[in-house]
Design a protein around this ligand. Structure first.
Ligand SMILES: [Zn+2]
Ligand SMILES: [Zn+2]
Length: 441
């Protein structure tokens, strides 16, 4: 597929391309000390149109070697520009790649400059100028002498400027620098905070791998717990589980769980919310599960009032713990359903229901803007991969990036709880759950 210049690709693909290019460059240029993707990819923007790299070398003569290699990579198609320390090219599909090469002592400054949005970087430059320094694509410099300030890491740059460190994903000029100046910065969630995943599928429904392989894949990525949430009967195309099969499924989850060391399993379902808002299993069946996550998978053309009420009536159930991928969008493939997200978030708080941030790079649902609004309303989140294949547990990063873009704090994320705490949370009546999260501060 040829993408026209200015077209955008999904963050998942962009990360893959960035990895391919950095791997090839590092192989060809042993003098590279550090190389990182910057720009919108690093900020976790859902659709991007360029892949921007910042590279550090210890020896000045290596700069030219890197630029030469970059302009002759296996996917270099049209070189658009290059000078002594930077270059840009398009690949055959029209996707843009750029690189900036600096000495190691300037890496932090160059990375900060190349990562933030234009508006964010402009504000940073003003802050730097007020302090007698200048931030440029080449790094951070003393304004008067013109000499480079030693800022090997971004942390050094923010310290030099008297600011709290701002996570890359938040560098959009939506209030983050004001908070960083005031040193009134929220404790934002990070990838390392996530302890478990509350949404995945196995070959019992539409997943591609047996349950034990999914469990092993989750564990090998350091997850401490995993909910196995195959589909419910209405999801016929996804081989949804009848109550009898679900019973057997629960038994299998418990068997594999008790045989596993180092990872705890939860029985569960990703249950369809039917078009009239009713649930796909009886209360009796649901009360036997450790966790119930619920989703819209059908009748996606309902008007906004009906769709919104459909989700809110599911939230009224004492058994529905989490609402998944609220708008059901598929990036660049399926538009979001009509949904009054504001009312849904208010209902989440009122009913004690958790809202999912789905990590699949095809979904990223909730999207960052919705997450930010939900944070303002006090919503509690689960950041779930919805893995159907073992490698998809790696998608966790995209959901966490989306959460960071929405300013989610660690204390607002249920799967940042320990397994013990999560069990306590799930054993509480829904009406007490938000209070439980608040009480942990
Ligand atoms: Zn789903
Ligand atoms: Zn799912």
């Amino acid at each position: 597929m040829r993408i026209e210049q200015g077209d955008r690709i999904g963050i998942g693909k962009a990360r893959d391309y960035a990895k391919d290019v950095t791997t090839e460059l590092e192989l060809r240029c042993p003098g590279i000390a550090r190389i990182m993707v910057a720009g919108s990819v690093r900020r976790g923007v859902e659709l991007v149109n360029s892949i921007d790299l910042i590279c550090a070398v210890d020896d000045e003569v290596e700069i030219l070697t890197v630029i030469d290699a970059f302009t002759t990579l296996s996917n270099t198609y049209t070189v658009q520009s290059h000078d002594y320390s930077s270059a840009k090219f398009l690949d055959k599909s029209g996707l843009g790649f750029s690189i900036k090469v600096v000495r190691s002592q300037s890496f932090g400054g160059a990375l900060v400059h190349a990562t933030g949005s234009v508006a964010h970087v402009e504000k940073l430059k003003e802050i730097a100028a007020d302090l007698g320094s200048t931030l440029s694509p080449d790094g951070l410099f003393d304004l008067e002498s013109g000499s480079a300030i030693d800022v090997r890491d971004e942390q050094n740059v923010f310290e030099c400027l008297g600011l709290n460190f701002v996570p890359p994903e938040m560098r959009e000029d939506t209030g983050e620098l004001e908070s960083a100046v005031e040193h009134d910065f929220p404790s934002i969630i990070s990838l390392n905070d996530i302890r478990g995943d509350l949404h995945c599928h196995t070959d019992w429904s539409d997943g591609r791998f047996p349950m034990d392989e999914m469990v092993e894949a989750a564990q090998s990525r350091g997850l401490e717990y995993l909910a196995i949430t195959d589909h419910s009967p209405s999801a016929t195309v996804a081989n949804g589980l009848s109550p009898d099969r679900l019973n057997l499924h629960n038994h299998t989850v418990r068997t594999i769980g008790s045989a596993s060391t180092g990872i705890d399993l939860l029985t569960g379902t990703e249950m369809d919310i039917k078009p009239d808002g009713s649930l796909d299993y009886s209360d009796e069946v649901l009360s036997d599960l450790d966790i119930v996550i619920a989703s819209i998978h059908s009748a996606m053309d309902q008007d906004q009032a009906i769709m919104t009420n459909r989700v809110i009536s599911a939230m009224q159930s004492p058994h529905v713990d989490v609402i998944c991928h609220l708008t059901a969008r598929l990036l660049e493939r399926r538009a979001p359903v009509m949904m009054d997200v504001e009312s849904v978030f208010e209902a989440a708080v009122l009913t004690g229901t958790v809202m999912e941030i789905n990590c699949s790079p095809d979904r990223l649902d909730l999207k960052a803007d919705h997450v930010r609004r939900a944070v303002e309303l006090g919503v509690i989140f689960a950041i779930n991969t919805d893995s159907h294949r073992t490698h998809q547990f790696d998608n966790l990063r995209f959901g966490v990036q989306t959460a960071i873009r929405g300013w989610v704090e660690k204390k607002q994320v249920v799967n940042a709880l320990t397994f013990h705490e999560l069990r306590r949370f799930l054993n509480l009546p829904k009406s007490d759950r938000y209070e439980f999260m608040k009480s942990r501060g």
